[in-house]
Every structure is written in C-alpha cells, then in structure tokens.
Design a protein around this ligand. Structure first.
Ligand code: SAM
Length: 283
C-alpha cells in the first residue's frame, strides 16, 4: 500500500461516478481517536492526505478476514444485510439507502448494486476512508454518495431514507453512542422504512470462559474498547427505546450470493463467518 500510495492518490482524482462531501470542521468522537483502532496507526479518523488510510483499511481488512468475508472485496457483511432484507422485508423497494459508518464502502456496494434505482449514501467520520470509498466505488462502476459526518448526529433530514443500515459499526463506538446511533436510524427513516444493524456474531454472555477472555484480549490489545459493550447490549430493548416496535433480533446466515426467498434468519448463531448478529425493524 505504501509503495502504491502515489498511484492510488492519482487514480482517486478522476472519479466521475457518485459524489464525495467532506466536512473539514468535523470533530471525530473520542472513541475513534483516543486509541489506534485495530492497532492500525491513526485508526479510522486519521486524515492522512489522500486515500492512504482508506487503502490501509481496505487491504488490511481483507487480509485480516483471510478471505472469509467475501475475499478481497470484503463484501460479506453487505451481502448478509441484503439477505436479511430479502428474508424479512421482501417487499422493500428502497429509493434512498444510507449506511452509517460505511468505512471504505465494502458493505454499501453490494446493497447499492442490488437496488440500482436507489440513491445510495455512505456516512463515515474518516475523510481518507471516504475519499478512498468514493474512488473505489467509481472504479467498481457504482455511483454512490459518500458524506463525512457522525452516525450519532447524521447530517441528513428526518424521514429521508427507506433503508438505513450499519455493519460492524457498534463495536467501534461506545455504549452511549450505540443508543444515539439506533435513535438516528429511527429518525432518518420514512414510515415503512427499514433499519438493519449487523454486528459480530459472538454474544459475550453466551461465550465460555476462554472465549470471554479472548474477547477481552480483542478489547484491550486490539484496541477495540467497545467490543464488550457492543456484544453484551440488549438490542431488542435498545431498538424499542429508539422508537421501533416489532423488533427482530437474531442471526443471519452469512451470504455470498443473496437472493430473495433464501431465508436464513433464526435465533441461533452458526459461528463466526457463518452467521452475523442482526437486529432490524420497520419504522
Ligand atoms: C469496522 S468498520 C466497518 C466499515 C463498514 N461498515 C464495513 O462493513 O466494511 C467501522 C467504521 O465505522 C466508522 N465509525 C465509527 N464511529 C462512527 C461514527 N460515530 N460515525 C460515523 N462513522 C463511524 C469508522 O470510521 C469505520 O469506518
């Protein structure tokens, strides 16, 4: 990535698809700047000039997953979100889609591609992430809009989306932020719209002692301070507190080729990379 940085910056300059809207005044939340998340120097919020931090996240994320999350596109979470929408909300035909905490867009793109008539937006705090996400989407032929801002106070109007989702966002935040982000997902939806939030599948309270210790190692030595808060949260209660009723909470089978009618949502986890924890509801 370092060797290619200048080439990548040059290739990111001329992207004609979609848009990129950066906010130079944004102040990243402390949970993103106090530590180097994933021991990735600078974490997500570092605005290394150009696309370097985004490139680091893209390659680093795919390598860390060892091919188990969609290979180098790393799009398994997005495909699983899509599978969940097909399973529980098969009539949803979104016109506007928003991913909160989109990173470099790996999860947003498969959802945007499944609904080509919709306008798709990705929101993130990191400027370099978003420059890279915009360029990456353009080079993959997807017109998506990338906006810098916080998922705790998203810079969009009330009731302006039909599908709002997040993928592996909560464990990078804090217990308080999770509540605010869920409330934002409710505020941003039109009546009848759908919120889907996907997280890592290991529920802390269900782990054996050794796995709980491994989870604490993730928290303390891989700089994932909210890992335990996110995997212990009562998402059903939190979603209801955010204003949703009839909340689904469970596990969605990891999907490589999601299609309507596939189902795959149930109360049991099939394990890491085989299923993802998901909570969802219609507004
Ligand atoms: C683990 S990454 C997941 C990225 C993407 N959702 C995916 O599935 O590939 C978490 C992302 O959430 C972003 N993030 C964390 N807190 C945020 C906040 N309050 N507002 C917006 N983005 C946030 C980080 O910058 C990072 O890009």
């Amino acid at each position: 990535m370092e060797r290619q940085a200048d080439t990548l910056d040059a290739r990111a300059q001329n992207v004609s698809l979609g848009t990129l809207t950066l906010d130079p005044d944004i102040k990243a939340p402390s949970y993103l700047v106090d530590g180097h998340v994933h021991i990735m120097p600078g974490g997500y919020a570092l605005d290394a000039e150009g696309v370097r931090q985004g490139a680091l996240m893209d390659r680093g994320g795919a390598v860390y997953m060892l091919g188990r999350n969609g290979g180098f596109l790393n799009d398994g979470r997005g495909k699983t979100i899509l599978a969940h929408v097909y399973a529980l909300y098969p009539d949803l035909q979104p016109r506007r889609i928003l991913e909160l905490g989109c990173g470099v867009g790996t999860s947003l793109l498969p959802v945007a591609q499944a609904f080509p008539e919709a306008e798709s937006f990705g929101l993130d705090v990191g400027a370099s992430m978003l420059r890279y996400a915009h360029a990456r989407a353009g080079h993959l032929g997807v017109a998506a809009h990338f906006v810098q801002g916080s998922a705790e106070a998203a810079p969009f109007e009330d009731a302006s989306f039909d599908l709002v989702f997040s993928a592996a966002l909560m464990h990078e935040t804090s217990a308080e932020a999770i509540e605010r982000i869920l409330a934002e997902s409710h505020r941003l939806l039109r009546p009848g719209g759908v919120a889907v939030h996907l997280e890592v599948p290991s529920r802390y309270d269900e782990l054996d002692l050794w796995s709980q210790i491994r989870s604490q190692v993730e928290r303390d030595y891989n700089n994932e301070p909210a890992w335990q808060a996110a995997t212990s949260a009562d998402y059903g209660a939190l979603m209801r507190a955010a204003g949703f009723s009839d909340v689904a909470v469970g596990f969605q089978d990891a999907a490589w080729a999601p299609s309507p009618g596939q189902g795959g949502f149930g109360p049991e986890s099939k394990g890491v990379f085989r299923s993802w924890f998901v909570t969802s509801a219609r507004r």
